[in-house]
Design a protein around this ligand. Structure first.
Ligand code: PLP
Length: 416
């Protein structure tokens, strides 16, 4: 595998067969067939480098962070803080602006409870888009219930693009926060978050970007995006489950009260009162997922070793192949045709329930997700109860796409 230090990586420069061999799980069989894993938007598979980093941590360095003066304690603390620095470099941010947490869901809830709840009042508006994951809807509803704020929805066009004109019109003076996804987990739509955040900032609206589905697939620079908050999850970018990050502008973190109380987040405790630690530690109560973050740091090294631009280019090639082949299948409807898409394809097949389709594909060794994808309002827009979703990662192959298409043909015949 190769990556150019000047950042002009190209998919053609990378030995993708070697990359694929880095993922032990992808070698296994399912129901006697070679596994075709097309569910990376749900969770990504892990390369050996990540698995080994976690294993090595437990075998050689395991201790709690920031508590013990002994050698292992300082090794564990250094490994954990090294992961924070790597993650910060990966998104072009300062390490002390990264709160390490359990995932996007936690990160968004942290903003909801520590930033929005103390600030918002009756009549204020939280603007979200139709294509949000429930993790970027429900926390705002909880805040709205308690404050009297209102949720306003920015609509999409039938091809699954955000209606930018409508979005800009919806940015009225009552809007205090815009919470928007960079990439839709159901449609694959890539939203122009840089332009959107610029418009919001001009109007004095704070912005939270859900980067869960962007981080695994493209270079992300939070400084260039210009948002106030950026949330993402580690397990979709080849890291361990139970890891994630909230990046926030330092001035927000300084002003936010703690979300959870406990060890690590304090400087001094007495029964008369507590002095809280500085951010980001103020928001990291209790023992964190230390080994998980060591693994996530290894995932960052791994992804950077390939190059995010090369990954983006590779996935664009795979997506073009997948879409072209799926379009040839009679009775198959793709939901989400935005001009700029990540490698996610939601679809329906005439006469077949999404779960039946996914179950029969599983018997062919093909793993796709079926259901509502934590995006009920989006399914309501399309008037469907569920979809199947094939989602790709750079470790997938053109042969796997062909196997999936063959599986689809077989399943269609079976369902008759
Ligand atoms: N936001 C988006 C767009 C997602 O796709 C997901 C996960 O599917 C989440 C948020 C929630 O991530 P997690 O469950 O890791 O907190």
């Amino acid at each position: 595998m190769s990556a150019r230090p000047d950042g002009i990586d190209a998919a053609a420069d990378v030995d993708w067969t070697r990359v694929r061999a880095d993922f032990p799980l992808l070698q296994r069989q399912v129901h006697g067939k070679p596994l075709v894993y097309l569910d990376s938007a749900n969770t990504a598979q892990k390369p050996g480098a990540v698995i080994e980093a976690v294993d090595r941590f437990y075998r050689q360095h395991n201790a709690n962070v920031s508590r013990a003066v002994h050698q292992l304690g300082s090794e564990a603390t250094e490994a954990y803080e090294a992961a924070r620095r790597k993650l910060a470099g990966f998104i072009n941010a300062r390490p002390d602006e990264l709160v390490l947490c359990s995932g996007t869901t936690f990160a968004i809830n942290l903003v909801a409870y520590s930033w929005a709840l103390p600030r918002l009042k009756a009549g204020d508006v939280i603007l979200v888009s139709r294509m949000e994951h429930h993790a970027n809807i429900v926390p705002w509803q909880l805040v709205a219930e308690r404050t009297g704020a209102i949720i306003r929805v920015a609509e999409i066009t039938p091809d699954g693009s955000l209606d930018l004109e409508a979005l800009h019109k919806a940015m009225t003076p009552e809007v205090k926060l815009l919470a928007i996804t960079q990439v839709s987990n159901l449609l694959g739509t890539v939203n122009p978050v840089r332009e959107i955040c610029r418009e919001a900032r001009r109007r004095g609206i704070a912005t939270l970007v859900d980067g869960s589905q962007a981080m695994p697939h493209r270079p992300v620079d939070v400084t260039a995006i210009g948002c106030d908050f950026y949330a993402f999850t580690g397990h979709k970018m080849c890291g361990p489950t139970g890891t994630g990050v909230l990046w926030a502008r330092r001035e927000h973190l300084e002003a936010m009260p703690p979300f959870l109380g406990g060890g690590e987040m304090i400087r001094e405790v007495s029964f008369e009162g507590t002095v809280f630690n500085d951010p980001p530690h103020r928001f990291e109560a209790g023992t964190p997922n230390i080994a998980g973050f060591v693994g996530l740091g290894a995932a960052v090294d791994y992804l950077q070793g390939i190059g995010m631009a090369a990954i983006e280019a590779r996935e664009a090639e795979l997506l073009a192949h997948l879409t072209e082949e799926m379009d040839r299948i009679e009775g198959l409807r793709i939901i989400g045709r935005a001009p700029e898409k990540a490698a996610v394809v939601s679809f329906l097949v005439e006469g077949a329930h999404a779960h039946d389709l996914a179950t029969l594909l599983d018997l062919e060794g093909v793993a796709v997700r079926s259901g509502q994808h934590c995006a009920h309002p989006l399914l309501q827009f399309y008037g469907v109860a569920a979809t199947c979703r094939a989602s790709l990662a750079f470790y997938n192959t053109h042969e796997e796409i062909d196997a999936f298409i063959a599986g689809l043909h077989k399943v269609r015949t079976l369902l008759g």
